[in-house]
Design a protein around this ligand. Structure first.
Ligand code: PAF
Length: 286
């Protein structure tokens, strides 16, 4: 595996792949890599001649400065995990730029894709998706990937990025990858490292209730299912739902009835613990 910090060095590394028309995979991350990221990287390694894993804690997507300061930064162990995933030195490039490298000047571009970027996370984290689009578009320009891989835990993020790709006409394929869960059901997230063992046990009730809501939904309305899910999670001491919305799987527009869309997904954000950790998860109803 190669580690590069500069966009120009990345161009040098990718030059021969581009010249020979070989495919380039991109896995954008903010580091603190875990088995969920590893599954994206492994898929990209299988599907492309070379894979770039970007490791960059992007300041423009944090609306809370404390959250940005607290975000884990673990480049050495991230590189060790990536090393363990590849067997050919040339196949994997870790790209870990500085803030100055990615933002030599303030990024004043504004991306807007309503309703996809306005609902749920968009409502509770103003500016978040604009920051995500800013950095992801810069990574697309630096890497020019054939395919880019994103985890479905951040369901709304994928929906927004798909809109940006259509809007900006980036010639690449977005590859959504299934959520990786711990054996007890908790969706893997870099933020899980912030949970104490007892908070971890509490947090697994989120995926449990979401799973149970699939059965409940079979004989109840969409609105009843939404309310039931929120109540059953809030019943668990130490958990507080920020929002749960059952939405159109493509546009993320709110729905009234199960028949209102072909694809339907429920997206949740829950605060867990005393100095609360913000956890997200989602479940597909159809
Ligand atoms: O999902 C993440 O880790 C980030 O939002 C991303 C896509 C790497 C952009 O900073």
């Amino acid at each position: 595996m190669k580690l590069v910090h500069k966009i120009l060095d990345l161009h040098d590394e990718l030059y021969s792949y581009r010249k020979n028309n070989q495919s380039i995979g991109l896995v954008p991350t903010m580091g603190a890599l875990h088995a969920g990221h590893a599954s994206l990287v492994s898929r990209s390694l299988q599907e492309n001649a070379v894979t770039v894993v970007s490791i960059f804690v992007n300041p423009t997507q944090f609306n809370d400065k404390n959250d940005l300061a607290k975000y884990p930064r673990t480049l050495d162990s991230d590189c060790a995990l990536l090393e363990s995933l590849c067997n050919n030195d040339n196949q994997l490039i870790a790209f870990a730029p500085s803030v100055e490298e990615m933002y030599p000047e303030e990024d004043t571009r504004h991306f807007s894709y309503p309703p996809t970027d306005e609902v749920m996370e968009g409502k509770f984290r103003p500016g978040h998706f604009n920051g995500v689009c800013q950095i992801v578009s810069k990574l697309f320009m630096a890497v020019e990937p054939t395919r880019a891989y994103f985890g479905e835990k951040d369901y709304q993020q994928i929906a927004v990025i798909k809109r940006m790709v259509e809007d900006q006409q980036y010639p690449l394929e977005i590859c959504p990858c299934p959520i990786i869960r711990e054996a007890d059901g908790l969706a893997l997230s870099s933020r899980n490292a912030l949970l104490s063992p007892s908070e971890h046990d509490i947090a697994l009730n989120i995926s449990r209730v979401l799973r149970e809501s699939l059965d409940y939904a079979k004989i109840h309305s969409l609105k009843e299912t939404c309310k039931w899910t929120i109540n059953n999670i809030n019943k668990v001491e130490g958990l507080e739902v920020q929002y749960y919305e059952i939405v159109d799987a493509k546009t993320l527009a709110s729905l009234e009835n199960w028949n209102d869309a072909d694809g339907i997904v429920g997206c949740i954000t829950v605060y867990c613990g005393a100095s609360p950790v913000r956890l997200i998860d989602n479940i597909r109803y159809k």
